[in-house]
Design a protein around this ligand. Structure first.
Ligand code: HEC
Length: 264
């Protein structure tokens, strides 16, 4: 048993190393994540997920949505947006100048130049720092994803393939529950060239009465059920949609700050 000691050493190192790497390090990094507050506000983030939306996570998981969709928005840096806070003394000259300028997604130097030009024309300006990157340009979010976004997800459905768009912020991007139901029932009825598979089995056909029942889906005629029938979403379909609408990673938090656009 000359080799006994090195073998034991290798086993301890292998098991110990992977325990540290896969269990202890993530626990130290993320184990204490808890609800935080929205930047410059006392509102808690993320809001607790309730009712159907909680069940919907399991429907999302069971149907393999994460095979084609991620829920993780990346950010590559920040850019500057220049906003006008006051019209100044000569609004006409200012609006002429504005029509020649780009105010969003500028470098710091370009933002300073634009701000100087607007100030010289009498305007009051404010420069905002905004998150930037390819995912954000695609409209998938307003900042990068942070650990708190997943606080109420178990298991977390990060996904690693983007056959379809990222869904981290889909509840903000598409807030209409009926649109989602229709899209799940017949994706091409909502997005004409959609390559997403249909999830028809989350719906059933029901004999239609003289007037459509309130829970029936309003399906365009080319996708409609056979005459005398109507399409009714199952509880799972409704739970899934409630979950999708709860995906709203759009608040600035301390580890991903930004200035939300001023409310008009
Ligand atoms: C085989 C891959 C695939 C699977 C599985 C899949 N999707 Fe999709 N999904 C797509 C593609 C491609 C698109 C883009 C076309 C479209 O909007 O229909 C898309 C689009 C979407 C959109 C619209 C996104 C937007 O930005 O407008 C939502 C919401 C969505 N999928 C939800 C789901 C849900 C929920 C599931 C699981 C029940 C699912 N998808 C399963 C491929 C997939």
């Amino acid at each position: 048993m000359k080799t006994g000691l090195p073998v034991i050493f290798a086993v301890v190192l292998g098991l110990g190393g992977s325990t540290v790497g896969f269990v202890l390090a993530p626990a130290v990094q993320l184990g204490s994540v808890k609800q935080t507050t929205v930047l410059n506000s006392t509102d808690l983030y993320p809001p607790q997920r309730i009712g159907d939306a909680t069940l919907g996570l399991q429907v999302y998981r069971a149907n393999g949505c994460a095979a084609c969709h991620t829920q993780q928005v990346r950010q590559e840096g920040v850019a500057c947006d220049v906003g006008l806070t006051g019209p100044g003394k000569n609004p006409q000259a200012l609006s002429n100048l504005l029509s020649t300028l780009t105010l969003t997604h500028l470098t710091k130097e370009a933002a300073d130049t634009v701000a100087d030009q607007l100030t010289a024309a009498g305007g009051k300006v404010e420069t905002h720092i905004v998150p930037a990157g390819a995912d954000l340009d695609r409209g998938w979010g307003v900042r990068h994803s942070v650990a708190e976004d997943y606080l109420y997800d178990y298991p977390v459905q990060l996904g690693n393939l983007r056959a379809g768009p990222d869904l981290a912020n889909i509840g903000v991007r598409s807030p209409d529950a009926n649109w989602h139901l229709l899209h799940l029932y017949a994706p091409t009825s909502a997005v004409s060239n959609s390559k997403m598979p249909s999830f028809k089995y989350l719906f059933h056909l029901q004999k239609a009465g003289s007037t459509p029942s309130p829970e029936a889906l309003n399906v365009p005629s080319s996708f409609a059920a056979p005459a005398g029938y109507e399409v009714v979403p199952s509880p799972e379909a409704r739970q899934l949609v409630a979950y999708l609408l709860s995906l709203r990673a759009n608040q600035p938090v301390y580890d991903a700050p930004f200035t939300p656009p001023a409310k008009p």
